[in-house]
Design a protein around this ligand. Structure first.
Ligand code: 2BA
Length: 109
């Protein structure tokens, strides 16, 4: 068994959860925040058996889209964090950042 941890954009989360649930996957949704943009995103935990693993990744890839976003990040000047300026940066976010972990045990009480 594998645990898929998928960080996706909020805009894709509802459709992705629906697609996964329709195909019989168990999903847990976490409200998370990206460290760079400091804006909300969604992290999904999906426990999958080996035989359903590839299909799960295919669904994530199909549903989650790349989007360009403008970020305004603080830039520290000199050695003090009190002096900073902001400038706009365009970044491409997503489709999905996926981590795959091997699961030693899967227990339900
Ligand atoms: P954020 O950290 O808010 O990053 C949003 C997007 O900003 C990233 O999209 C990337 O295009 C850009 N970005 C991130 N760090 C950057 C940097 N130091 N310099 C320039 N641009 C930077 P994605 O790569 O698609 O990441 C989307 C979200 O996935 C991230 O949101 C973060 O929540 C998560 N993530 C990405 N890589 C991760 C990692 N190695 N570990 C944990 N979470 C990660």
């Amino acid at each position: 068994m594998k645990l898929i941890i998928a960080i996706v954009q909020d805009e894709d989360a509802t459709r992705l959860i629906s697609s996964l649930m329709t195909e019989g996957y168990g999903v847990t949704k976490l409200a998370t925040t990206g460290g760079f943009l400091r804006s909300g995103n969604t992290t999904l935990l999906v426990g999958v058996s080996e035989d359903k693993f590839d299909n799960c990744l295919a669904i994530i890839e199909k549903v989650c889209k790349n989007r360009k976003q403008i970020a305004t990040n603080p830039v520290t000047m000199g050695n003090t964090s009190e002096m900073y300026m902001s400038y706009p940066v365009e970044v491409t976010v997503g489709g999905a950042t996926v981590f795959v972990l091997s699961v030693d045990q899967f227990i339900k009480y």
